[in-house]
Design a protein around this ligand. Structure first.
Ligand code: SF4
Length: 252
């Protein structure tokens, strides 16, 4: 039988009645329990990230808005581990927006070749040129303005706004959506999952969370524990996660 990892730090526990029902609608005592649950989930998530988050990525060191912009453009549909050497090389070659805008097309395409998605180099270069021309060589703070750039969709624009400018936006893709819906025990196949997840993640982000740190923490939890086959027994959120508790109860 599977055993809990004895190295796992003890976490605050919660009574079962405080775990919200799927769909997230609650009233009276349940609403209070739900608020308590959200606070605990946020606290445990952030505490875990401070101790075990993936801080080694070069775009997670103290960098400027330009580096965050480049990182998010390179991370589109690409594993973070593959992006690291390409990012480091590109930042050495083009340390700011103006040098990126002036980088010869072939040089940039060659530098990004190993990441695939051949149009990415053109889009990145064109975006840099537009930022030089219309934004004074700065990365805009507004996600709506970022969305005007070639190859920048809703997720990437939000991600740049969060990481470059710490805007209070909750990033949802299918991996973080999976974490959030599992936390409330909402079946992945049920609808409207995205709607529920976005309401829930906004609640999680409230309070005094640092949006940049909060979003990194959620992304890392999805990558580390809350994978398609979740590693609930090792997960720091097990005691405050409806799905995790249900899964482990079935195994006992
Ligand atoms: S306990 Fe399991 S289902 Fe819940 S967040 Fe952790 S890994 Fe995901």
């Amino acid at each position: 039988m599977a055993r809990r990892d004895s190295r796992r730090k003890p976490q605050p526990t919660l009574t079962r009645s405080a775990v919200p029902t799927p769909g997230g609608r609650s009233s009276g005592r349940n609403a209070a329990g739900d608020r308590e649950l959200v606070t605990l989930q946020r606290r445990i998530l952030l505490r875990w990230f401070r101790a075990g988050g993936r801080r080694a990525f070069p775009w997670r060191r103290k960098v400027g808005s330009y580096q965050y912009f480049v990182a998010e453009m390179l991370l589109q549909r690409t594993r973070a581990e593959s992006v690291v050497p390409v990012f480091d090389r590109l930042i050495r070659q083009a340390p700011n927006l103006s040098s990126l805008a002036r980088l010869p097309r072939r040089t940039l395409a060659r530098g990004l070749f190993e990441l695939g998605l051949p149009k990415r180099a053109d889009r990145l270069r064109e975006s840099a040129r537009l930022l030089m021309k219309h934004h004074g060589g700065r990365v805009p703070r507004s996600a709506a303005q970022l969305r005007q750039l070639p190859g920048v969709g809703p997720y990437t624009s939000d991600a740049i706004a969060v990481f470059a400018w710490n805007q209070p936006i909750a990033l949802l893709d299918w991996t973080t959506q999976r974490v959030v819906t599992r936390l409330v025990g909402h079946p992945a196949s049920a609808r409207p999952v995205a709607d529920l997840a976005s309401r829930r993640v906004v609640k999680l982000l409230r309070g005094r969370s640092d949006p940049r740190i909060f979003n990194w923490a959620l992304i890392d939890l999805a990558a580390t524990y809350c994978q398609p086959r979740p590693k609930c027994l090792e997960c720091p959120l097990l005691d405050v996660c409806r799905t995790g508790r249900d899964l482990t109860r079935k195994r006992e």
